[in-house]
Ligand binder design. Structure first.
Ligand SMILES: [Fe+2]
Length: 245
């Protein structure tokens, strides 16, 4: 487990810290969900052996810094009662703000084409574990508006674009929290979806949007998105402390 520190100057009323965590991939299951799910948990645990350790570390760091935890999704690896109970307990006992990732709605990993209909099979159940709307939410800290959008299927949807436009009307600097970062390969694919294309153009041109914080690729990266936006991704076994001023 490592901790990275990143500075971001975007005009906060006073300096503050947030903890970015992503792609924790909890792999809990028990027989209430049946043997197939228990087998899935056993198969997935060796891929993500540090999930509980990361929640512990986030807990410690949050207490130490008195900072909120902003997660860009895949907190759970798949939908199970035990995973959702654990997520709910963590959300209840911490200042957690989450943009969902694709795995939040995975019933069995990689079993099906994942789209809105697939997501809707578990959305209500998953949403019930968290305090904020996991599809789109915003919270303001020291004059900075953190807008979290679930783009876990690489797409932006009309209601999310409308939500973002409403948030822009607040006139505050915005940090976007996304599951999937902007990167070249995906941008080409996303251009085929009209609403996603429109949303990306809007994000590129809206000057109140100052930075992107994302996950999904399970790597720590730092770069520029859409030709102008500083963008960070944080891997599965890293906590990134943003010092925002
Ligand atoms: Fe992930």
């Amino acid at each position: 487990m490592d901790i990275l520190k990143t500075k971001l100057q975007i005009g906060a009323k006073k300096p503050f810290k947030i903890i970015h965590m992503s792609d924790t991939h909890l792999t809990h299951a028990d027989l209430r969900d049946g043997v197939r799910k228990v087998k899935l948990a056993e198969d997935r645990l060796p891929i993500f052996p540090h999930a509980e350790e990361m929640l512990e570390a986030a807990d410690q760091l949050a207490k130490e810094l008195g900072a909120p935890i902003l997660s860009t999704g895949d907190l759970i690896d798949f939908v199970s009662l035990k995973n959702l109970e654990r997520a709910k307990e963590f959300a209840k006992t911490h200042d957690l703000f989450l943009a969902a990732g694709n795995h939040e709605y995975s019933l069995y990993v990689g079993e099906a084409f994942e789209d809105a209909a697939y997501r809707n099979q578990s959305l209500q159940k998953v949403q019930a574990a968290f305090k904020n709307n996991i599809r789109q939410s915003a919270r303001v800290i020291e004059g900075i508006n953190f807008v979290a959008i679930d783009n876990g299927y690489y797409l932006f949807e009309e209601e999310q674009l409308a939500f973002l436009k409403e948030e822009v009307k607040k006139g505050l600097p915005i940090v976007l929290l996304l599951h999937v970062p902007f990167y070249k390969e995906e941008l080409t694919r996303q251009a085929e979806d009209p609403c996603t294309h429109k949303t990306i153009a809007y994000i590129r041109d809206e000057q109140l949007i100052k930075a992107v914080i994302a996950g999904h690729i399970h790597k720590n990266t730092e770069g520029t998105a859409l030709g102008r936006l500083p963008q960070w991704t944080t891997g599965c076994t890293t906590l990134r402390v943003f010092e925002i001023s």
